[in-house]
Write a protein that binds this ligand. Structure first.
Ligand code: SF4
Ligand code: SF4
Length: 110
């Protein structure tokens, strides 16, 4: 039985609340337009809000039998970091620390 990562416990499923697709990977201009009309655009990425119906109180209610796509998602991977930075801005430093990514503050220029 696998256990839920501590960061995911705190995060409560930011990556289960939306889907991120790369605009430049769209098949044609019409598909790009459709994506832009349905989501929020960040450079080449479109975030489509689509909360999973299996996310209950911040936990996956079918964790042991979740789809492979969910099982393969990596804590600290691109989708995770994107989801955290977009959907959990108030917890971003705590989450990055739990994941093991150090945020170095930008030096103040004099
Ligand atoms: S966004 Fe990252 S930390 Fe949050 S639940 Fe998903 S994998 Fe876990
Ligand atoms: S099935 Fe579970 S892990 Fe997958 S998106 Fe839904 S709540 Fe998240």
């Amino acid at each position: 039985m696998s256990s839920i990562n501590k960061a995911c416990e705190v995060c409560k499923g930011a990556c289960c609340e939306s889907m991120t697709l790369q605009l430049s990977e769209a098949d044609n201009v019409d598909e790009k337009r459709w994506l832009v009309l349905h989501g929020k655009l960040y450079n080449d990425w479109v975030e489509l809000p689509c909360p999973c119906s299996m996310l209950v109180d911040g936990k996956c209610s079918i964790y042991e039998t979740r789809p492979d796509k969910c099982d393969k998602a990596q804590v600290g991977g691109f989708d995770c970091i994107f989801a955290i930075s977009r959907r959990r801005p108030e917890n971003v430093i705590e989450l990055m620390n739990l994941i093991g990514i150090q945020i170095v503050p930008k030096p103040i220029m004099s």
